[in-house]
Design a protein around this ligand. Structure first.
Ligand SMILES: Cc1cc2nc3c(=O)[nH]c(=O)nc-3n(C[C@H](O)[C@H](O)[C@H](O)COP(=O)(O)OP(=O)(O)OC[C@H]3O[C@@H](n4cnc5c(N)ncnc54)[C@H](O)[C@@H]3O)c2cc1C
Ligand code: FES
Ligand code: FES
Length: 471
């Protein structure tokens, strides 16, 4: 058992004795006093606290931006952390230099976070186009400069061939393996490597926090300044990090991140990929996992409606064995699921597209980027000779749980997807729900929007409409 957290900070080895549930932001600013990393919202929205996290993947170090305000010290054990102070060598990092030249900063509060996000992009995507630049900036709010000079600075660096991140050599990671357990100041952080070890911990320590990427749990921790005396992390569990492909299905371990899911589904389900690109920001998608999105059981989560409409199945595991169920059966009531106290979500399995299948998912939110859905509607039909032979429709934001709408599916079966079918489907959707009113939208608005999405789906398939701002 270790009593310290070991990682690279701006290329230098660190061995830090700190409670593992301390947020990385808090430690950076109060420990080494690296105050370039700012606190804005403290809930993953503004990007002022962005840092780069590096891991060895396929023999090279890959960095991605993450929000240090909702990430805890235990999560950086064995990894490389880069703050804005670590980007500059003898001269400014090319992104910093380009931002200065382009007048890309005014008050400067957002600037370190923006520099970090763009440095992450410049290191990972040497051919980044404007979409990729906008995508990289979706999690960074600037309230005074305006984004044009920031985007121009990014373009300049990309056109000049990108820029690497200064950091440790791959070989140096060999002696930086994550500890199985870290205990400090009365707090314990477990990092099991196998599903069996995870399940034993889950059974023996039912009160421990089960942590994946922490993009949901970390918000509550940061907001309420709570303590997590015991945490079980899924981040290093091999089986949960696995992805698999068969001729009929794709499988994602529960600890696979949304950024990783995106890479796998982009060509098979482009509409799902568009949804995932609107899932939080690069920072959120790089940490947030598919299992965490399902486990949190939010009625406005984006993954579940899309996955239900795709016919996903979920595998739950405990020391007593495994069981598989359709994802729609997992959600029982508001934030109540079929998961037993000693179980974990092991994986999610989605079928490959069938012949004649069309799938679309629509996210309706107040902002295009980095916003939670007011309504999320997912539609999948399989047609033979123009006739619908199967349909799956699911919504988020319309009920206490992500919900499949069998009544609306039934009206489509055996007919063409014409105007009349679209109207019948819309009416069935309207009748199926009694949503809540909240600040995101009234019940009336939600029912109207959800019903209209049926019409949008029909028009989309008939070629009348394209994705709004499709990336
Ligand atoms: C700024 C911001 C933007 C966001 N935008 C979106 C968005 O656009 N759409 C959206 O849907 N969500 C969004 N989220 C919510 C969040 O990012 C997602 O729900 C994410 O997928 C959660 O995954 P995680 O790994 O971070 O979960 P965690 O926070 O680690 O865990 C969430 C819950 O799942 C449980 N859990 C985790 N893994 C397992 C497992 N293997 N078995 C059983 N239970 C498990 C945990 O115990 C916890 O209860 C956003 C969050 C933030 C902070
Ligand atoms: S402080 Fe706003 S995202 Fe972290
Ligand atoms: S420069 Fe002031 S918030 Fe961006």
């Amino acid at each position: 058992m270790a009593n310290s957290i070991r990682f690279f900070l701006n290329g230098q080895k660190q061995d830090v004795v700190v409670r593992p549930d301390t947020t990385v932001l808090e430690w950076l600013r109060s420990g080494p006093r690296l105050t370039g990393t700012k606190e804005g919202c403290a809930e993953g929205d503004c990007g002022a606290c962005s840092v780069l996290l590096g891991d060895v993947v396929d023999g090279e170090i890959r960095y991605h931006a993450a929000n240090s305000c909702i990430m805890i010290m235990g999560q950086i054990d064995g990894r490389a952390l880069v703050t804005v102070e670590g980007l500059k060598g003898k001269t400014l990092h090319p992104i910093q230099a380009a931002m200065v030249e382009n007048g890309s900063s005014q008050c400067g509060f957002c600037t370190p976070g923006i520099v970090i996000s763009l440095a992450g992009l410049a290191a990972s995507n040497a051919t980044a186009d404007d979409h990729a630049i906008h995508d990289a900036l979706a999690g960074n709010l600037c309230r005074c400069t305006g984004y044009r000079p920031i985007v121009e600075a990014a373009r300049k660096v990309v056109e000049e061939g990108g820029a690497s991140i200064p950091g440790p050599a791959v070989a140096a990671f060999a002696e930086m393996q994550p500890a199985d357990e870290i205990a400090a100041f009365g707090a314990m952080f477990h990092q099991p490597r196998t599903l069996d070890d995870l399940l034993r911990l889950r059974r023996d320590r039912p009160d421990a926090v089960l942590l994946a990427g922490g993009t949901d749990l970390g918000v509550a921790l940061a907001d309420f300044h709570g303590d997590w005396d015991e945490v079980i992390s899924t981040a290093h569990v091999r089986e949960l990090r696995d992805t698999g492909e068969t001729p009929t299905h794709l499988t994602f371990g529960a600890a696979v991140t949304w950024e990783e899911v995106l890479a796998r589904v982009a060509s098979l389900y482009p509409s799902f990929a568009t949804l995932i690109r609107r899932f939080g920001s690069t920072q959120i998608r790089s940490m947030g996992t598919v299992g965490g999105n399902i486990g949190t059981a939010s009625p406005i989560g984006d993954g579940p409606p899309a996955l239900i409409a795709l016919g996903a199945e979920i595998e739950l595991a405990s020391l007593d064995g495994r069981r598989v169920m359709p994802l729609e059966d997992f959600f029982l009531d508001y934030r109540k699921t079929a998961l037993k106290p000693d179980e974990v979500i092991a994986s999610v399995r989605i079928p490959r597209p069938a012949a004649g299948q069309d799938f679309r998912v629509y996210k309706i939110s107040k902002r295009y980027d980095q916003d939670i859905s007011t309504v999320c509607g997912a539609f999948s039909v399989v047609r033979e000779d123009g006739i619908v032979i199967s349909a799956r429709i699911a919504f988020g934001g319309m009920a206490a749980i992500p919900k499949r709408v069998r009544e609306a599916e039934a009206v489509l079966i055996g007919r063409q997807l014409d105007e009349e079918a679209g109207r019948a489907c819309a009416a069935a959707i309207r009748d199926a729900f009694s949503p809540l009113s909240d600040w995101r939208g009234s019940a009336q608005y939600r029912r109207m929007v959800a019903a209209n999405l049926a019409e949008r789906f029909r028009r989309d398939l008939s070629g009348e409409m394209v994705e709004v701002m499709a990336l």
